[in-house]
Design a protein. Structure first.
Lengths: 328, 322
């Protein structure tokens, strides 16, 4: 049985100017232990999707709707606040982008770790502290016992993100959402953190949703990838399929603007233009104005999700097989 | 430290639940780490200004309680034969225009002034902080209602409002306290609301909700704890303002009624003899200054002690690079 089933998830924000559909009919499933990538440029709805699943978008002004939003048999849309709070942290945990700001500056590391443990697992203070030391050791923090009494500002960014990971994994969640978890870190730390999360979640059997705009990271890490554009999933499939045989104009564009070590000297191809205003719902493909593979049919109908070999789906009318060779 | 994944540690985590069943209770090592409160207290005591402020305030409170044992003169007993005597061995701080012992009046007066200060602070905290936090946390109509009410209070000049309240309720100590407190509540509420508004948008608040913290827990542990510093600073200002406001009300005849002593009351009386008997106004002035200064030092010390980021200690040496 799927761990998480999302069907027709739509999150809209009502503003003075009108309704913004930040997430527009997103559907996907996640199996236990699966690692799913969520890629797309800024404003494509990746983070709002994650926050909507956790029901952490503030309602109102937002409105979260879905045909189905199921986590381990719990309907997240209709669950009462208490059930949702029980799931957050122990069922689904989240790591945020900015480790400098995601720890409470006035509470000790130990306090922040044990608090979550005591909240979700029925253990006494001493057991929680013991467990906190194990967790800090698990994420590679030296002298863990000593650092329980440290404050976040005494840690560097990478160390803080390790603490965040320790807290997120403390109650053995079945799903970890990493929202740009490495974006704010420098490259060497980034690699360490990615490797840490990868190994820990693999060992613990935790499913992961990696939200990132770093295609290289997602390519190396995920089993499957969802490409999002303008609040929709435009392409989905196994990572190798999507990146080696992209079947959507946007995915081609994204790959075109990723620097590659084996293509030194080749100019990057930026995607021209800006993402569409999410207020006006176009009847055509939302990527059409920026697409350089558009065919005449694109100007007449909105593309339906098409199936490609290898469990691969894309929302595009154009045939892109001729472009695949250049991606090798 | 070089990066390494500890497989064993991971397994330990996975098997944690099973582990704890196997270990006999007396084998479980007790783990302790420094708690925030203890670290903050240590930090406070390390600050010389704050510590001396605390000592001075404690001495003032002690003197107020022990007034009958320190001075044998009745603070309200008129003795015209001894009026306006300069400080001497008999009257350490001299006598006033009715021949009353100034030291005695100061000591008994501090009972009024200190309790006004403390009670007003207690009053404005118990209303201002919840109102401000609820307004900042709930937003919408609740916020609008509460804050417009506070604005309504703020439209009156504070002293005039206090005069009106005391005028309506009658001049006794409780009403004076109430009047000064009511004047201070909206100021505190506005500050608390503003701080709450910015604190609730912090990532660590979102992170706490993502870990299943309840709104009440977020409000107290994450928001209130983070906005304590500005609240404490405002409260020390409120304490000083209360002592001075009581003096103003007494001066207008609405606070402490003659012949009872209070610092402000006596200061107001002493004004007329400034040139002839300077000890009369110097003693209450100096005492008010001492009390206000020590409260301000305590406030500064608390503000620093409550914010771990401002601690400059050995802890710095323990910073981890990663």
């Amino acid at each position: 049985m799927a761990l998480l089933t999302v069907r027709g998830l739509t999150t809209s924000f009502s503003t003075d100017q009108g309704i913004i559909r930040a997430v527009n009919g997103v559907s996907f499933t996640l199996e236990p232990g699966e690692v799913l990538g969520l890629v797309g440029e800024s404003g494509s709805g990746k983070s709002v999707t994650a926050l909507s699943i956790m029901r952490l978008v503030r309602e109102p002004p937002a409105k979260v709707q879905a045909e189905l939003l199921d986590f381990e048999g719990t309907d997240l849309l209709r669950a009462d606040p208490r059930t949702l709070r029980d799931i957050r942290g122990s069922g689904i945990a989240m790591i945020f982008q900015d480790p400098m700001r995601s720890l409470n500056p006035v509470l000790t590391i130990g306090r922040q770790l044990t608090e979550t443990l005591v909240r979700h697992i029925n253990i006494d203070g001493n057991a929680a502290r013991r467990r906190a030391i194990e967790l800090l050791e698990m994420v590679g923090i030296p002298m863990a016992e000593k650092h329980l009494g440290s404050y976040p500002h005494q840690f560097s960014g990478g160390m803080r993100q390790r603490v965040m990971i320790a807290i997120a994994l403390s109650c053995n969640p079945r799903l970890l959402i990493a929202d740009e978890a490495t974006t704010a870190l420098d490259v060497t730390i980034q690699a360490q953190i990615v490797e840490l999360v990868r190994t820990l979640t693999k060992n613990l059997g935790t499913a992961v949703i990696w939200i990132s705009h770093d295609l290289g990271l997602v390519a190396g890490l995920c089993d499957r990838v969802n490409v999002m554009y303008a609040g929709r999933i435009v392409e989905t499939g196994p990572v190798r399929e999507v990146f080696y045989r992209p079947s959507h104009g946007y995915t081609i564009g994204l790959i075109g603007c990723t620097p590659r070590v084996d293509r030194v000297g080749t100019p990057l191809k930026p995607i021209n233009g800006l993402p569409p205003n999410l207020m006006d719902d176009t009847p055509l493909c939302p990527f059409l104005p920026r697409c350089d593979v558009a065919i005449p049919a694109c100007h007449r109908v909105r593309p339906e999700l098409r199936s490609f070999p290898g469990g691969h789906f894309a929302n595009c009318l154009a045939d892109l097989t001729s472009r695949h060779a250049e991606l090798r | 430290m070089a990066f390494s994944i500890r497989e064993s540690a991971t397994e330990m985590a996975v098997n944690f639940a099973n582990d704890s069943d196997k270990i006999a209770p007396d084998e479980i090592p007790t783990v302790r780490f420094a708690t925030g409160a203890r670290l903050a207290a240590r930090q406070f005591l390390r600050n010389p200004a704050a510590t001396s402020g605390l000592v001075v305030l404690a001495l003032l409170c002690l003197a107020a309680i022990a007034a009958p044992w320190i001075s044998h003169f009745d603070p309200v007993q008129i003795k015209l034969s001894a009026k306006l005597k300069p400080p001497s061995w008999e009257h350490l701080l001299g006598t006033d225009h009715f021949g009353r012992d100034v030291l005695s009046r100061l000591l008994y007066g501090s009972r009024v002034s200190l309790s006004i200060g403390l009670l007003v602070v207690a009053f404005s905290t118990s209303f201002g902080v919840p109102i401000g936090m609820v307004a900042g946390f709930m937003r919408g109509h609740v916020e609008n209602g509460l804050m417009r009410l506070m604005d309504a209070f703020l439209t009156f000049p504070p002293l005039l409002l206090a005069v009106t309240i005391v005028g309506l309720l009658g001049p006794d100590l409780r009403n004076v306290m109430l009047a000064i407190g009511i004047v201070q509540v909206p100021v505190l509420a506005r500050i608390v609301r503003a701080c709450t508004l910015s604190a609730r948008e912090e990532v660590y608040v979102a992170a706490a909700s993502a870990l299943g913290a309840s709104p009440l827990r977020i409000a107290t542990r994450h928001i209130l704890r983070n906005i304590l510093s500005p609240i404490v600073v405002q409260l020390t200002i409120g304490f000083s303002a209360a002592i001075i406001a009581e003096a103003s009300l007494s001066f207008l005849g609405l606070g402490t009624q003659p012949p009872n002593p209070s610092w402000g009351r006596d200061l107001a009386d002493a004004r007329r003899y400034m040139a002839d008997a300077p000890w009369l106004f110097l003693s209450p002035t100096a005492t008010i200054m001492l009390a206000v200064l020590s409260i301000n030092f305590i406030g500064d010390g608390l503000r620093d002690a409550l914010d771990p980021r401002s601690w400059r200690t050995r802890a710095r040496a323990a910073s981890v690079k990663g």
